[in-house]
Design a protein around this ligand. Structure first.
Ligand code: HEC
Length: 155
């Protein structure tokens, strides 16, 4: 049987060992998932898989947008202003209407977009901060502006 003292030492070391094993466990992701499952899942479906005729996929599909500054600005703007009109995503045409999510706090918006980026699109690091949404709120952009921005980034 393991000596009590040894067990004690092991227990004391455990937090340090766990930190060593998972240095990047980011606090934002479970929070972002919670926002997603409350606010987005009805349209974008579990895990952001999307549904033809309803809402585009967010898993994988956003990676080309998230790779540029303009693409990240576009994503933040869609959350603030919503989006409507024709877009093509992964070969599917959408003519939907996404309602503005601006009732969410800037922190919740950062959490949910970092969830999209990291959990659903393979980003290595968080790329959105609350400040991005402060800026997005002050920009006046129409849905047409946003669709053109999207086209430019994906071209
Ligand atoms: C009522 C349904 C609905 C809800 C709720 C909704 N969306 Fe959307 N979303 C859409 C539709 C529809 C589009 C495409 C709009 C179009 O066809 O112009 C879209 C587009 C998007 C886009 C742009 C995708 C691209 O390829 O350009 C992002 C990003 C996005 N949604 C994220 C979210 C997030 C995050 C939430 C939750 C905070 C959310 N949406 C909530 C329906 C919804």
């Amino acid at each position: 049987m393991m000596a009590k003292a040894t067990r004690h030492v092991l227990m004391a070391m455990l937090p340090a060992l766990m930190v060593g094993a998972a240095p990047a466990a980011p606090a934002a992701l479970p929070a972002g998932l919670a926002v997603f499952d409350k606010q987005c899942v009805a349209c974008h479906q579990a895990g952001g898989s999307g549904m033809a005729g309803l809402a585009p996929a967010l898993a994988g599909a956003l990676a080309p947008l998230l790779g540029t500054d303009d693409g990240r600005r576009y994503v933040a703007q869609v959350l603030i202003h919503g989006l409507s009109g024709r877009i093509v995503s992964q070969g599917h045409v959408f003519m939907g209407a996404m309602p503005s999510q601006s009732a969410l706090s800037d922190a919740e918006l950062a959490d949910v977009t970092n969830y999209l980026a990291r959990d659903l699109n393979g980003a290595k690091a968080s790329m959105f901060s609350a400040d991005d949404f402060v800026r997005a709120r002050s920009a006046k952009l129409t849905h047409k502006d946003l669709r053109e921005m999207r086209e430019r980034v994906l071209k």
